[in-house]
Design a protein around this ligand. Structure first.
Ligand code: IVH
Length: 677
């Protein structure tokens, strides 16, 4: 390695750290990403490789530490820098007003300024920065000592590993924040747990706590934890007068603060704020259990002090809980669009946080067995946001009647009578084409928001269309006439016309939505997008061999086989043919632009001097090439820079074409720019 190149490594490492930190901040704290996930991953990969080759370049704030350290035997505990108290709380407005009266009386002030913040329902942590560097994170524990969870917290990308120096960084800073799991991440996690035959979490809070307290920090990575910072616990080297200033400072240091935090002039505004936030509750991406009203003046806080349990200067004005105890009338089974039988509890209707709940999911038969719930049992049911309510646990009641027999899955599909089959923890109906429940599910899915988005085509309509034999496959939807719809319950001329218009609009769609809407096994939105990115057109996809599917990023052998089988089935072909014949026109999204390097796959190893990997990748893609991340026989060109490691060795072994940066740049130059014509 030339000395010039050796000197480039520390510079490049520092540059990459700066870039990654900046992009983390833009994405996770400012919600304003400026580069694609792929480009970001490329930066991280480059840094990981660079640090592998030059371990001496690793720093205590390197974003590569976010992968999570090695597993621990047990979580250590350490004392907090300041006690972590709880909050006085109530659901009642009169209690919030009483709190305000006490504050004003204690301070001898006719008016008190507050800061109001959403009360996030997660896990409270203390986060310590020394000289700007994240050195420790610990759970609340008993309030005085908590469990050290620094490594799992490092995996949270909204938590800076180093404070930004937009304002002078204090010698020491202890911040209190909430680690949460958003509802989408929670559902994703639970689906994965259920799929693996493991017990899902009862709510996002438990999921966040369970994740952060894992002994193996790598488990936290990828689960999508987030953090919001809301209190200054201790600081050396900075001083503040107001909580609002503290929050501003947090933001300048790059800490994530809830954007909905507000300074308000008195209790009336605080009460109005609570109502406003409450009204949004079901639309939010994460769980809130109330708002916190905090005295803004830090001197005032000092004056008021705390009880052993809670500060006198803050109050949690809570929302009604979304957990209630009710009785299971019966455990029934539903059949989804993929044929999976899902047990669910029919409940004695109960109001949970403003919605009447009469059903709750039980996931699969193993889950029912684990929770040991049976017909007639009393259970605690929870709901979060718009997430389907779930049975959290069975509750014992003294007055309970003798228990019913344990639940068992029916031997035949409750919808079509076909004998069921078992696969791992799942039971499914193999009658894919004719089972009415599966067809109804597929219709609803095709009509859903991220698929063809057909307004007015919901569960009830789908059920009737199938029951009356008006729709025997998805293509039949596009042959419906006004008469057909008028025969359905709940339809009149106007609603029938509206639905026909919605169907008509849905005929013009893009290929990604179309593929997602077909209910191809294992194909979610992400995979649909990847398929379109790879094949460009429906024809190309239908012509693809299983091996072609395997070369799509993120598609493994089992998935390739399932997709291939589905697309080759005569019934699938016929339905697609009919849909096209009936005017459905899925627009193939820009197939990877044909260019001078079309059909060629490049892989990078080692570093580049003249440009970032992201830029190199973008150039290649512009010229029609693909950029892969691992070495295999399909790779055409390996671009090796200084410090290339195992990839280079593997490429040599396979006899692949290996070029250095100078030659790579020549290749780029020589490829005529056909795409900008
Ligand atoms: S302030 C000493 N602010 O609510 C005051 N807490 O029920 C410390 N929480 O343990 C708490 N959002 O985990 C505060 N904006 C917020 C909060 C918040 C959620 C949690 C926190 C605390 C619990 C008390």
């Amino acid at each position: 390695m030339s000395s010039r190149k050796a000197a480039a490594a520390p510079r490049r490492a520092a540059e990459l750290r700066r870039l990654i930190r900046e992009h983390d901040h833009l994405y996770h704290v400012c919600d304003a990403p400026v580069i694609s996930d792929e480009a970001y991953d490329t930066l991280v990969r480059e840094l990981v490789e660079l640090e592998e080759r030059h371990p001496e370049l690793r720093t205590a704030d390197s974003p590569t530490l976010r992968v999570g350290g090695p597993p621990l035997d047990a979580l250590a505990t350490e004392p907090h820098l300041a006690p972590m108290l709880s909050l006085d709380s109530s659901l009642k407005e009169e209690d919030a007003r009483r709190f305000d009266a006490r504050v004003r009386q204690a301070l001898g002030d006719p008016e008190a300024r507050y800061v109001v913040e959403p009360k996030l329902d997660g896990l409270s942590v203390e986060i310590v920065y020394e000289e700007g560097l994240l050195t420790r994170a610990s759970t609340r524990g008993d309030g005085l000592r908590g469990e050290v969870v620094t490594e799992s917290c490092r995996t949270i990308r909204s938590l800076p590993l180093r404070l930004r120096d937009a304002r002078p960084v204090p010698a020491r800073l202890a911040v209190r924040g909430e680690v949460i799991l958003g509802l989408a991440a929670f559902e994703r996690l639970n689906a994965a747990l259920v799929e693996a035959g493991e017990e899902p979490f009862a709510n996002p809070r438990n999921a966040a706590a369970g994740t952060i307290r894992q002994l193996d920090p790598r488990i936290a990575r990828g689960r999508g934890l987030e953090v919001f910072c809301y209190e200054l616990m201790a600081v050396e080297g900075a001083s503040f007068q107001r909580h609002a200033d503290v929050l501003d400072a947090f933001r300048e240091w790059g800490l994530r603060v809830d954007a909905r935090a507000r300074a308000v002039a008195g209790i009336d505004e605080a009460v109005a704020y609570r109502e406003r936030i409450f009204a949004q509750r079901d639309e939010l991406p994460h769980e809130l259990d109330g708002v916190v009203i905090k005295l803004d003046s830090l001197a005032g806080r000092e004056e008021m002090g705390a009880t052993s349990h809670h500060p006198r200067w803050a109050f949690a004005y809570k929302f009604e809980s979304r957990k209630e105890v009710t009785q299971i009338l019966e455990i029934a089974v539903s059949v989804g669009r993929t044929g999976v039988l899902t047990p669910f509890a029919l409940l004695r209707p109960v109001d949970i946080g403003g919605a009447t709940i009469s059903k709750a999911s039980l996931h699969n038969r193993e889950e029912v067995a684990r929770k040991d719930v049976r017909d007639g049992d009393w259970v605690r049911v929870e709901r979060a946001g718009d997430v389907i309510p779930y049975v959290a646990e069975r509750v014992e009641r003294e007055d309970a009647a003798p228990r019913a027999a344990p639940f068992a899955m029916p031997p035949a599909c409750p919808m079509c009578g076909t004998p069921v089959q078992e696969k791992g923890p799942f039971t499914f109906c193999p009658n894919r084409l004719a089972c009415p429940a599966q067809l109804e599910g597929r219709i609803e899915h095709l009509a859903s928001r991220h698929a063809l988005d057909i307004a007015g085509l919901g569960e009830r309509t789908a059920r009737q269309l199938v029951a009356r034999g008006l729709v025997r496959n998805l293509a039949d939807l596009f042959a419906l006439g006004e008469e057909d719809l008028l025969a359905l319950e709940g339809f009149a001329t106007l609603s029938a016309r509206n639905l026909l218009e919605a169907l008509d609009r849905a005929r013009t769609t893009d290929l990604e939505r179309f593929l997602y809407g077909l209910s191809i096994p294992d194909v979610g939105r992400r995979t649909a997008a990847d398929l379109v990115g790879h094949f460009g057109s429906l024809d190309a996809l239908l012509a693809a061999a299983r091996e072609d599917l395997l070369s799509v990023d993120g598609v493994g052998p089992a998935m390739a086989a399932a997709i291939h089988e589905f697309l080759q089935e005569p019934e699938t072909r016929e339905v697609i043919r009919l849909m096209l014949e009936r005017g459905v026109q899925p627009r193939g999204a820009d197939p990877r632009p044909a260019g001078p390097l079309s059909g060629r796959t490049f892989v990078f190893t080692g570093s580049l001097d003249s440009m970032s990997r992201a830029a190199a990748q973008a150039k290649l893609e512009e010229l029609g090439a693909e950029v892969g991340s691992s070495i295999g026989r399909k790779v055409d060109v390996v671009v090796a820079g200084p410090g290339a490691g195992s990839k280079l060795a593997k490429a040599e072994k396979l006899g692949l074409r290996i070029v250095d940066e100078a030659e790579f740049l020549r290749m780029l130059d020589e490829a005529p720019a056909t795409t900008s014509a």
